[in-house]
Design a protein around this ligand. Structure first.
Ligand SMILES: [Zn+2]
Length: 457
């Protein structure tokens, strides 16, 4: 087969790449703290012959690595941050390896290494074919807080690319078309005046302010677009019931399908905060954490990925892996209603006529508003698996995850091979991209004055 050398170049590295993903599963690091993961990926990229730069864009855990020369310049978007509280052993019941500790509940250990696998395959192809082309591996911190790529974009990243490819672990082998929501993230800090809660009347409760703000925000729900979402958690809410809290804070995500919609809804949320401060005679300070654009799948790239998918070698699961996936499926709430036909997905889903809208977000959306991009999925969980669960953490630490990861790497390298052989695909992707943008231009949603969070370790 014409592309066998690509498949071989990636699959020959199965052992070391799986070992690297396992190391990242065993050492999960949360957003902006990916010190070990980024160092290990840099080491591996250097080992495979890439020119590596670390810590650009004011972000110590970011990576930019490249190989090759000339166009097309294809970017690969790696992520490697873990989620708080999702630590999990290899048991098929909830069993944190470190109680309360972080875990790879979104499989970003696989994501970082899939991207490396794709880079290895693309380099091997360019070397063998002698075709012009450049692979740029972008190590992107902090996807889980949805701000990493916007900070990188603010400092100039991604504009050098012709196309951007991304992969994410999933319960299905899938190319999705459509959009996912963008978001703003902000913490509202209220400051009041403390007092004895039962025998003084001169206190001003910051917690009252948070509750009134939330009330206001909840009343917005009737008057926002159907694909908008508002979520919040308390960050600080006082220390004891008999002390009027002088400090309280609440962290909000505001999501919608378009940047202008997010900005408008966010403005109304800020008014709720200001109104609550006025009502309670407290002060509010807004700590804007950042934001991201909606995702926007490029149809030309989706078609390329669908076309090359049949060349991706099928996963051979062991009996142990199938039994584990089956046991994990039985722990999912929908199991009773939806008994799956197979424990791990082996089919392939691409519905070019279906435009899917998902309110969930990824900061890949920022890149997809700078250059044409696509995110694809291979099965790397049990078939009823859902990201951000302990079951997904479990799969990210064994062959179920590693096999999906290797297949994702092969797939991205095969799609790149198509583009290296037919540069007109880049022009076609750009035509579609411009149509999809519909006159919109990328304005980084994070203002200059917001500092990049630094590692806390
Ligand atoms: Zn994720």
């Amino acid at each position: 087969m014409e592309y066998q050398h690509i498949i071989d170049a990636v699959m020959n590295e199965k052992e070391p790449l799986s070992a690297l993903a396992l190391k990242m599963y065993e050492n999960p690091e949360t957003a902006y703290n990916e010190v070990k993961a980024s160092a290990w990926l840099c080491e591996a990229l250097e080992h495979y012959g890439f020119k590596v730069e670390k810590g650009l864009y004011g972000m110590p855990t970011s990576i930019r690595a490249e190989w090759g020369s000339g166009h097309p310049v294809i970017g690969l978007l790696a992520e490697y941050d873990a989620l708080p509280g999702l630590s999990q052993t290899q048991n098929t019941y909830k069993d944190p390896a470190v109680p309360g500790g972080p875990g790879q509940g979104c499989g970003h250990n696989l994501l970082g290494v899939t991207t490396l696998a794709a880079a290895i395959g693309m380099k091997a192809d360019l070397e063998k074919s002698g075709l012009p082309g450049t692979v740029v591996f972008y190590g992107c911190p902090a996807e889980e807080v949805l701000t990493g790529k916007a900070f990188m974009a603010r400092e100039g990243a991604f504009r050098e690319l012709d196309l951007a490819f991304a992969w994410h672990g999933s319960s299905k082998n899938h190319v999705g078309l459509g959009m996912g929501g963008g978001l703003n993230s902000a913490i509202f800090h209220f400051k009041g005046k403390t007092a004895h809660a039962s025998s003084a009347w001169n206190g001003r409760s910051a917690l009252d302010a948070v509750e009134l703000m939330n009330n206001g925000a909840n009343y917005l729900r009737e008057h926002m677009t159907p694909n908008s979402r508002i979520h919040y958690v308390y960050k600080e809410a006082g220390v004891a019931p008999n002390i009027v809290p002088d400090r309280a804070s609440v962290w909000y995500y505001v999501r919608s399908l378009h940047r202008w919609d997010i900005d408008e809804l966010y403005g109304r949320l800020v008014n709720c905060a200001k109104g609550a401060a006025l009502m309670t005679d407290t002060e509010v300070e807004i700590e804007f954490q950042g934001g991201c654009y909606n995702t926007m799948s490029n149809k030309v790239l989706a078609d390329i990925f669908a076309e090359v998918y049949p060349m991706v070698p099928a996963a051979q699961y062991t009996d142990e892996e199938l039994a584990m996936a089956d046991a994990l499926n039985k722990t999912m709430p929908e199991y009773e209603h939806k008994k799956p036909a197979e424990p791990i997905h082996t089919g392939f889903i691409y519905k070019p006529e279906e435009y899917h809208i998902s309110p969930g977000s990824s900061d890949v959306g920022d890149v997809q508003h700078i250059v044409p991009g696509i995110m694809v999925n291979t099965a790397s969980q049990n078939i009823l698996g859902v990201n951000h669960t302990w079951q997904t953490t479990c799969c990210a630490g064994n062959g179920i995850g590693f096999k999906g990861m290797m297949r994702g790497g092969v797939w991205m390298a095969l799609a790149a091979a198509k583009v290296f052989r037919d540069n007109s695909l880049v022009d076609k992707a750009w035509e579609t991209f411009k149509k999809d943008l519909d006159g919109e231009t990328y304005q980084c949603p994070i203002p200059k004055e917001v500092p990049v969070p630094q590692p806390q370790q």
